[in-house]
Design a protein around this ligand. Structure first.
Ligand SMILES: CCC[C@H](NC(=O)CCC(=O)O)C(=O)O
Ligand SMILES: NC(=O)OP(=O)(O)O
Length: 317
């Protein structure tokens, strides 16, 4: 594996889930694989789970890890080629990425979307600039339109918790929020579920929140949440801003917040969320504090997903 930006970079979802679960069973089986190697973790946006779990994963493989909050600690980056840098940007990504490529064996980076220019965000301009100039393998820590480490985590969490010999019904539901959030997590979850024949995947959201069709694929989209949640085995809850009216909050209907009432129509569904979650806005306390929530186990699995990805890239070096 030469990079990890999307599901297209992996040798199949089932294979990656197998590798990650193997690491969960035996975290230090490859503790020499990353010896004398350094992982650089570059954040343009906040993080808890991604930063901590990926650091643990790299250390399990014997790597050194250097974390850099470029937005706070570095120079203001210019991402546009060919501009006259006489404004607020101090360093061009051409130099910054190339220099980091001198220090690190693998570069990982978080670059949220601006949610203003759809073309700029959906061409993944920022992370692509780092890939273009770093000269080393790049792992996405969430980019403008995808969050593949989260999606691999979500797949392995479903695999490890599903006990029946039929495909689980997995429903991704939109939920309200007070901020305009990226479509990265839902896009990524949809593309991973659509590339995994172990689940029966569908999506529910209010009209106007349709995701980019290239990620939705053939997944059924149901605008009636109660109808969509019927007999669900897993509910994947996430807010996202409108893709059509780009970056806008066009509906904040609180009836879409997940409550125990919503669970009544399901098959005692397990509730998942990538975290951080706004309690009693996105998911009610009674659900997060109840027996159906697996959000902490899901977050714990971030380590094994990251370890699978880093090990596959190290093996390719
Ligand atoms: C892993 C999720 C990261 C990010 N979440 C947020 O930005 C939440 C911010 C908030 O709730 O204020 C998102 O929705 O893509
Ligand atoms: N789910 C996730 O990526 O969490 P952080 O934003 O805290 O890293």
């Amino acid at each position: 594996m030469k990079q990890f930006i999307s599901v297209d970079d992996v040798p199949g979802v089932p294979r990656m889930v197998d590798i990650a679960l193997d690491y969960k069973k035996n975290p230090f089986k490859d503790k020499g694989l990353g010896a004398q190697k350094t992982l650089g973790m570059i954040f343009l946006n906040p993080s808890l789970r991604t930063r901590l779990s990926t650091q643990v994963a790299a250390r399990n493989l014997g790597m050194e890890v250097i974390v850099f909050n470029i937005g706070k600690e570095g120079w203001a980056l210019e991402m546009n080629d060919g501009v006259v840098m006489n404004g607020s940007t101090t360093e061009h990504v051409k130099e910054a990425a190339a220099v980091m490529g001198q220090y690190f064996d693998i570069l990982s980076i978080r670059t949220f979307p601006g949610l203003v220019d759809k073309a700029e965000d959906y061409t993944e301009k920022y992370i692509q600039q780092f890939i273009k100039y770093a000269g080393k393998p790049v792992i996405s820590l969430e980019s403008a339109t995808l969050h593949p480490l989260q999606s691999l985590t979500d797949a392995l969490t479903i695999r490890e918790t599903w006990q029946e010999n039929r495909k689980p019904k997995v429903v991704m539901t939109w939920a309200p929020h007070v901020k305009a959030l990226p479509q990265a997590v839902p896009n990524s979850f949809a593309e991973w579920m659509n590339n995994w024949d172990e689940v029966d995947f569908s999506i529910t959201h209010p009209e106007g929140y349709e995701l980019d069709p290239k990620f939705v694929g053939n997944a059924p989209v149901i605008y009636n949440q109660q109808e969509a949640l019927k007999d669900a085995d897993y509910i994947y809850v996430k807010n996202w801003s409108s893709y059509k009216d780009y970056g806008q909050i066009i509906n904040s209907d609180s009836s879409w917040m997940l409550t125990n009432k919503h669970l009544e129509v399901t098959n005692n569904a397990k509730v998942m969320h990538c975290l951080p979650v706004r309690r009693n806005l996105v998911i009610a306390d009674e659900v997060l504090d109840g027996p159906n929530s697996i959000v902490v186990q899901e977050a714990g699995n971030r380590t094994w997903a990251a370890q699978a990805v880093i090990s596959e890239i190290l093996r390719n070096q």
